[in-house]
Design a binder for this molecule. Sequence first.
Ligand SMILES: Cc1cc2nc3c(=O)[nH]c(=O)nc-3n(C[C@H](O)[C@H](O)[C@H](O)COP(=O)(O)OP(=O)(O)OC[C@H]3O[C@@H](n4cnc5c(N)ncnc54)[C@H](O)[C@@H]3O)c2cc1C
Length: 381
Amino acid sequence: MASVTLRIQSPPLNNDVVSLPRNHFPIVTFKTTFFGSSLTANGKPLSLPKTFRTQPVITSSSSSTHTFDVVIIGAGIIGLTIARQFLIGSDLSVAVVDKDVPCSGATGAGQGYLWMVHKEPESDTWDLTMRSYQLWQMFAEKVRAQGLDPLQELGWKRTGSLLVGRTAKEAATLKKKVKRLSEAGLRAEYLTSDALRLKEPELEVGKDGGAAFLPDDCQLDAQRAVAFIQKANRHFSTKGRYAEFFHDPVTGLLRSDSSSEVEGVRTFKNTLYSKKAVIVAAGCWSGSLVHDLFRESDILLNVPVKPRKGHLVVLENFSSFRLDHGLMEMGYVDHLHDALDRKSSHSVKVEEGQTLSVSMTATMDTMGNLVLGKFFVLLVP
Ligand SMILES: Cc1cc2nc3c(=O)[nH]c(=O)nc-3n(C[C@H](O)[C@H](O)[C@H](O)COP(=O)(O)OP(=O)(O)OC[C@H]3O[C@@H](n4cnc5c(N)ncnc54)[C@H](O)[C@@H]3O)c2cc1C
């Protein structure tokens, strides 16, 4: 997810601060199917992602004015990671402000796949994706070098990924994809239906199907990764360089009367001045937030970040079968590339002229839960 930086000017420094309450998700129960297999919770509740369990280390302050070098809007994985980079890579002071708490946005809902199997070499985002992929691998190695276990700290697993097709047409596309990914320098292999059964015995794709297999693709647990990053950030709070303002939505920009330069942000409870920059890392809210912040100015800023519909279901302590790899249906790639074949097996006609495309992903997380992702695209003529 992108972030936006607004360049700034001065005021005085005075930072102590903050709050960090907990976030609760509802428990839901139901039955679903995946790749033709019937999955039930065996009467156990299925839950949306775990609550964010870090306890507050800094206590809440009443409404007040504070000044930092950098103010970051959004405490998702992006906002907290940007904060981390400033804290370890400079001597700047940083505040992170969120309307809720970390993991209340997309980060808390994410499956944590760090996958290249569904990416396309030479696409607009390829270089950025490769860089991000490498940085996460380096981060996990750094954690290991500190004598810590990336599995425990980040939920880090090198599961490998399988992009699965069920028809001869999809199999042909997958073979070409494997070739392109190999040429781009990744370890990639095409698995026929029989070879796939050896790798993932519970997965049935039919005799014409197959899969692209990337053995180096990984996954992490976003909640653990965020808690790890946040804990490291908080070491800097004792030096007066880091503060968190949670449950405190940003409501407006502070701008200089004389030059109109952005000087900071107004939140529901506080006034936060920034000497260097305000960074918008508000995930899918970034576009609407920037629009609102500049509503009364003559500046037109278009941040092209759009939400996409999806559901994530976690079947806790799932024991009916095991998955050894991360799985993704070919239809997911079609969604991403916006080139869906309306007659594909992933599409369902919902109304005259409208087709709903549904595709799924599945994996087992570090806790032994089965994590199912489901994505929808409504195609209109
Ligand atoms: C179901 C699902 C599955 C996914 N699976 C994967 C995956 O497997 N792999 C992968 O790489 N990506 C995945 N993603 C995408 C990934 O989760 C996101 O790209 C990533 O978490 C975005 O992080 P972020 O910090 O930009 O946004 P967010 O985590 O959404 O954080 C934005 C924060 O901004 C705050 N905010 C918004 N408005 C304001 C305001 N006015 N004032 C203060 N704070 C505000 C919000 O409260 C929120 O905490 C998935 C997403 C979903 C929804």
